[in-house]
Design a protein around this ligand. Sequence first.
Ligand SMILES: *[C@@H]1O[C@H](CO)[C@@H](O)[C@H](O)[C@H]1NC(C)=O
Length: 95
Amino acid sequence: MSGCCMCTVVKRLLFGLGVGPTIVELDHLASGAPDIQAVLFHLLQESSSSSSSEGGGVPAVFVGGKYLGGIETLMACHINGSLVPLLKDAGALWL
Ligand SMILES: *[C@@H]1O[C@H](CO)[C@@H](O)[C@H](O)[C@H]1NC(C)=O
């Protein structure tokens, strides 16, 4: 969502790491946003992490086509050092 500050935090973190993420802003999509949001809700329910505090499934971070999680999962991976290897494996980061 374009006005969502947690989404901005995620974008800044990824850009800061040197990743050029594909950004999908649901509120700027001409069509298909309800479908995407339905999928995100589904992924949220399936993910084992307790991400109930995250708002409506956004931001939802995908790495290499796989759903990673929301900001909490992203931050946890960033802090424990598993994020960069993950991005490298996905070909999102070269250095
Ligand atoms: C880092 O944290 C993530 C998210 O909690 C977890 O899935 C992953 O297994 C952790 N990796 C390491 C190396 O601890």
